[in-house]
Design a protein around this ligand. Sequence first.
Ligand code: SF4
Ligand code: SF4
Length: 288
Amino acid sequence: MIISVASGKGGTGKTLVATSLACSLKDRGRVQLLDCDVEEPNDHILLKPTITRSEAVSIPVPKVNEEKCNYCGKCAEVCAYNAIAVFPKHILIFPQLCHGCGACSYLCPEEAISEEGKEIGVVESGHSDDIDFVQGRLAIGEAMAPPITRKVKEHASHEGTVIIDVPPGTSCPVVEAVKDSDFCLLVTEPTPFGLNDLVLAVETVRQLNIPCGVVLNRAGVGDRKVEEYCVKENIPILLTIPLDTEIARLYSKGITLVEGMPQWRESFLRLPDKIEDIVNERSSGTER
Ligand code: SF4
Ligand code: SF4
């Protein structure tokens, strides 16, 4: 079972939920946490894993042999990311914009483009107690998160539970992290911003045809509009975590919720059971 933990909005408690879910499940069987929030991975702050392996991630970027180039402009024309500019007697590559798709080198009529690897970050793996831990880190100044996310997900186990910590928002890195999940937990808070970004996140996971449920964090801070939206859209609220200064204090000290307040463990243990029921119900409905 692959459960992704996402939130349209940053700072809603996604890390709190992902780490506490992993810590609760580790006594039940194999559990793996993949931190795909590669621009700012922070599950490691709470789980304090021992990192045993680090691999560099590179993407192929074009390198032009200007002796062969006739400045026809074909490469710039086919580049969907505007990473190449061709002038009458000069050609410029913008590696930060390049997605490494290879179209320019493949289509260059003069075979003037070769590719060279450009390091954009690392994938680190290790363990924290009985949790298998993998995280991606995008290098400072780099913009291409999806290739690192893909590398992190290559480590996904085929056994037990895989928890994916997804970056905030609804853009390409989010889609890359969430796709292929069996279920997506959407962490939100009961505020107008929380609702606005939840609506966008729900639209995204529905486009991906992934069932979802909500974790309502900091309940009591705002209004009831998130709950009303969930009822209207038939989205189950699977866990409610109240606004509590003790929870905030634990988080600021780098302590997971279930370690600092073990009474929460049962609630997190019930989450996968509820998720499994929804997934099974959905697949039996599809089969019918
Ligand atoms: S497609 Fe090839 S030949 Fe044409 S401008 Fe680009 S590098 Fe030069
Ligand atoms: S590899 Fe793809 S993204 Fe990069 S410059 Fe070439 S066409 Fe553009």
